[in-house]
Every structure is written in C-alpha cells, then in structure tokens.
Ligand binder design. Structure first.
Ligand code: HGY
Ligand code: MN
Ligand code: MN
Ligand code: MN
Length: 415
C-alpha cells in the first residue's frame, strides 16, 4: 500500500513530492484512497468540500446527539475517525500527511485481524489541500467543513497562475458549487485522531517511537508587498534607487532578529519579484511571512515588530510597504480528556508515560478541535526534517505507530 502511494507525484530529480490540490498528482492520490477503501469493503464518501471518507460501519446521517444542521452548531456524535492528508508542500517529504492515512488503513487491518468488535462507527478521512501549497491557505478542506472558511472566500482563492479554486476543482472533476460548512457530517464525529510524522527532533533522541500532541502553536501567513521603482541596473546611481529588494532583504534580517528575541519563529519561504530581470531594479517584491509562537500575544507582537521594521526601512529606501494577513490559526490546546485517554492507552506496563509534545506545525486536527474532540499521535523522525525530501521515519517506528493507533481506536470505538 505504501509503495503504490510513494510513486505518486514524486519528482525524480529531487526525490521530493509535488502533490498540490486539484492537480493530476492529487487526483492520483485520491484514486489511491478510494481504491484502498473499496479493497477493504469500506463505504466511500466524498463530502461537499472534496474531503474523502471511508467508513467501516457507517454512522447514520444524524447521529445521536447531533442537532439540526440548520442550527449551525455541531454537536458531537459517536463515530471515531482517523486520517490525515495526502497533498504536499513543494518538494515535500514522503510522510507528512500520507503516514497518517496509510496508518489509518493499516490500523483497520490490524483491528480486523484482532477480531475487534466495534461499538461505534469507525471512519478514515483524507482532508483536501492541507498544506495550502497551491492557493496559499492551509487546511482548506477542514476549514470549509468546520465553517471556519466561507465558501465565498474559498471561491476567491487563486493559484500562482491566477487559476481560481473553483476552476481548479472543476478541471479535476469536482463540483465547486457545493462548498460550505458541513455540520451534519462533522456532527457524526465523536473523536478524531490524526497520526503524523514528527516534524522536529523532540522524539529523535528518546526511547519513544510514538508521542502524543499537547498543543499547536498559533500561526499565520502575512503577505508583504514592497513597491519600489523599476530602473536600469547599469545606469541608476545607488543613491537614486528605490529598490524594494533592499527593503525586503532588511525585513528578512529583522524578522530573524525579532523572532529570536521573542522565542518565536519567522520565515520568509516564498518570494516573487517583478519584473524579475537580472539587469533591472525590481518594481515590486512580494514576500510571504510565516510566523508562529507559543502564544498569540507573542505572535502578534513579533509580527507587529517585523511590520514596523519593514515600514521604517521602506521609508529610508523610498519603498512603499503594504502588509496583508492572509491567514491566522489560533492556539490549539488538544482536549484534555481525550488526550489523557490516548496517553493512558499508550502508557507501557510499569507506567512509563508517553511523551506529550507541543508543535509549531498546523494540522487538520487543530482546525477540527474547535468542534470535535481531537488528538494526535506523532511518529519519531530521526532526521527531524520535514517539508523537505529528507523527512524520514524508520519502518519499525511506523509499525509502532500503527499498533499505537490501533490500540487507541480500539479503546475509543470498541467500548
Ligand atoms: O505548515 C504547516 O504547519 C502544516 O504542515 N500545514
Ligand atoms: Mn505539512
Ligand atoms: Mn501534515
Ligand atoms: Mn539596455
């Protein structure tokens, strides 16, 4: 199962993955998901936002305790759901996302082999466009379903070539008219457990192949537009230039300094330049800031300081700076009751506790946590690298992850 998936959307030169939402690689991954579901006799469903579901035992559309969809509120059903995403960042690793989906199917196989008897519906989900690599907003599928992204705003999203999200969906054979909150489907879910490769080195030097998530740092994306004046690289005196690249470069340095002082993170990982000619001073540099911190106050103040530094430098350079917040995800503290139950299930005999880890990485589990009790398991990553081809996980640790996930699902769905 892993091998079939591992060839899809892989760049032969870098060894990284380019599985962007609604592209051919994404379509191939979706076909793989559906085939895995059908091969196991699971009931396959595509929801209104293009998220894929596979049910071992289907919950009724209106599970016990679910209020009317018209009320707008999601109340908690009793289904236990696991899964993650199959899309990737540019040149992403093999595990971020797919490990959670493959482990979900493998855990269902393990539970069947154990002869588990399910007291509750059990489902597997593949959330669409988690990374936001194409349209700039992360977790589009789960945000739409949770009502945290309006269909109007989703329809305005465009990729780098100007293709609107609805057009991209249509081209991939999906109906963009159906986008919207899905309280009825989410209302079936009583617990969502996402398994994910660890994206740092927190487990790498421990004896633990698996950890449990405690919290997700608040994080967001800000677009910085630096407007200067295009001119000739060979004839414009340095003092006469209004060079936005200079302002941008100083802003990157300031971001690093401010983030370090505050114990936060700040990254400019994407930049575009106009007109992008070797021998012309740019007219516009557009850089995207990704910033994260342990709490929202720190994050807000770091970003404000970076904005201030950009404006001050812009004034010196004759460059006009505009900043737009493109997305923001508040802090997530995973539901304590579910987290503690998961941790207790995984504690070894003799009581060695499983590590509880906070992370700066965003996840669909974080988006859903506002409405559904969610928990996450992390599988050790020996390189600690993620969002790059060197992302890794040992086979034994992946097996330990599947066993842990199966134990947790059994605890939650079979009692
Ligand atoms: O960028 C993130 O934190 C996530 O992996 N989407
Ligand atoms: Mn990721
Ligand atoms: Mn991920
Ligand atoms: Mn010339």
């Amino acid at each position: 199962m892993w091998r079939e998936l591992a060839v899809l959307g892989r760049d032969a030169r870098s060894g990284g993955y380019r599985r962007y939402a609604w592209t051919g690689a994404d379509t191939d991954c979706r076909a793989w998901f559906r085939a895995q579901a059908e091969a196991r006799g699971l009931a396959y469903e595509l929801d209104r936002n293009g998220n894929q579901w596979a049910w071992l035992n289907m919950p009724s559309a209106r599970a016990e305790g679910t209020e009317s969809a018209d009320s707008g509120t999601v109340s908690v059903g009793d289904a236990v759901v696991t899964g993650s995403h199959l899309d990737s960042v540019p040149d992403g690793g093999a595990f971020d996302g797919p490990l959670g989906v493959v482990s979900a199917f493998a855990a269902v196989d393990a539970l069947r082999a154990r002869g588990a008897r399910f007291a509750k519906p059990l489902g597997i989900v593949n959330f669409g466009d988690e990374e936001g690599a194409r349209f700039g907003l992360a977790c589009v599928g789960s945000r739409l379903s949770a009502g945290l992204l309006t269909p109007e705003r989703a329809r305005e999203l465009r990729d780098g070539d100007g293709v609107p999200l609805p057009r991209a969906m249509e081209r991939a054979g999906y109906d963009p008219d159906s986008l919207g909150a899905d309280p009825e489907r989410l209302g079936r879910v009583g617990a969502f457990v996402e398994l994910h490769v660890e994206q740092g080195r927190a487990l790498a030097d421990t004896a633990h192949p698996v950890g449990v998530a405690s919290a997700i740092w608040p994080h967001g994306r800000w677009r910085f537009d630096f407007h200067g004046e295009a001119n000739h690289a060979g004839t414009t005196r340095l003092d006469d230039r209004r060079d936005p690249m200079l302002t941008y470069a100083n802003t990157v340095l300031a971001a690093r300094k401010k983030a370090r002082l505050a114990g936060a993170l700040a990254t400019f990982g994407k930049v575009s330049v106009e007109p992008n000619g070797v021998n012309a001073i740019p007219s516009l540099v557009r850089g995207w800031l990704d910033s994260r911190a342990a709490d929202e106050e720190t994050l807000a103040s770091v970003v404000a300081e970076i904005e201030r530094a950009a404006a001050e430098r812009g004034a010196r350079d004759g460059v006009d700076v505009r900043v737009d917040r493109e997305s923001f995800t508040p802090v997530v503290e995973f539901a304590h009751a579910l987290r503690d139950r998961v941790a207790a299930t995984l504690a070894t005999e003799g009581g060695a506790g499983v590590p509880l880890l906070p992370t700066g990485a965003g996840h669909d589990a974080g988006i859903l946590s506002a409405q559904v009790p969610t928990a996450m398991l992390y599988v050790r990553n020996p390189t600690g690298v993620s969002h790059a081809p060197a992302e890794s996980a040992e086979e034994d640790d992946c097996v330990a992850g599947v066993t842990a996930l199966a134990d947790v699902l059994e605890e939650l769905a079979c009692r």
